[in-house]
Design a protein around this ligand. Structure first.
Ligand SMILES: O=C(O)c1cc(=O)[nH]c(=O)n1[C@@H]1O[C@H](COP(=O)(O)O)[C@@H](O)[C@H]1O
Length: 281
């Protein structure tokens, strides 16, 4: 539908990355200049430099990367986000990039957000908010090669305020999971966000959605448990999860060799995840 902009097809590329890298780890790119090592402070390209060094140090350990757009926009660094995603595509082909933007608006505005994510930034997938309903998601689904990852059960404590409301005998997050699975995912492009801080809900979403990929943030800095996350969310083929960690990897150490420290934590996290994965039948 949008010829010429698809660099890769998100879902098959993600499946290949799970298999070929033997990894369910997603490294989140949330660059906070106040936490950068001293040698980068004050450099105009510090955000790109910090993130691209992390990417190069960890790419063989991950199934995807997830830059969070607010960390770039807040510092007027959208050009560095563009450069970073281009860098990932060029240097680490086969590594999907999820733009974490959590967009949600009426269709005409969503069209602009979709252009921003897929044509400007050339992301392979985007996180979106399902609150405005099916027509607000369609502009993203129109990009047939792209992934559309909908918030379902978020990792933060306040997520329960709305997501746990009873809506006719089920909780709102369960309705979202069922709606996406049965009605919105006809083209097979959808995935769901479920926080690692809520393993019982990961299991419930897995039960409701078959093998749908789940983006699971909340291990590391937010304290989610790796074993219960993996046991609750792994599919019978031993994958189905993009388990995100951002701060625990990015800021493993604040000296000049921060990338080596990030790699060590990323490797330990990937290995901890793999310890609890089901072996493919
Ligand atoms: O969509 C997300 O990525 C997301 C959803 C959610 O429920 N919770 C959540 O923490 N996130 C994002 O995942 C990342 C978590 O970062 P760390 O807590 O540092 O690992 C941040 O970029 C959050 O914006």
């Amino acid at each position: 539908m949008h010829p010429g902009i698809a660099l890769m097809n998100f879902m098959p590329t993600l499946s290949a990355a799970w298999r070929d890298r033997n990894s369910l780890l997603c490294v989140g790119l949330d660059p906070d200049p106040t936490r950068f090592p001293a040698h980068l402070k004050g450099r105009p390209d510090a955000i790109f430099e910090f993130c691209s060094v992390i990417v190069d140090a960890t790419a063989d350990l991950v199934c995807c990367f997830k830059p969070q757009i607010a960390y770039f926009a807040a510092r007027r660094a959208e050009d560095q986000l563009e450069a970073l995603i281009a860098h990932i595509h060029e240097k680490h082909p086969g590594t999907p990039v999820i733009l974490d933007a959590k967009r949600g608006d009426i269709g005409s505005t969503a069209e602009q957000y979709a252009i921003e994510a897929f044509e400007r930034f050339k992301a392979d997938a985007i996180t979106v908010n399902p609150y405005l309903g099916r027509d607000s998601i369609e502009p993203y689904l129109a990009y047939r090669d792209k992934g559309v990852i909908l918030l379902c059960r978020t990792s933060n404590p306040g997520g329960s305020d709305l997501q746990f409301l009873d809506v006719g005998g089920e909780k709102l997050y369960e309705r979202v999971a069922r709606l996406v699975d049965t009605l919105w995912n006809q083209s097979g492009q959808c995935a769901l966000v479920v926080g690692a801080t809520f393993p019982a809900e990961i299991a419930q979403v897995r039960a409701l959605t078959g093998n749908m990929p789940l983006l699971v943030p909340g291990i590391g800095a937010q304290g989610g448990d790796i074993e219960s996350t993996v046991r609750a969310g792994c599919t019978p083929s031993g994958d189905g999860l993009m388990i995100n960690s951002s701060r625990a990897i990015l800021y493993a150490q604040d000296g000049e060799d921060y990338a080596a420290a990030a790699r060590r934590v990323a490797q330990a996290t990937r290995d901890a995840i793999n310890r609890y994965r089901r072996q493919p039948a």
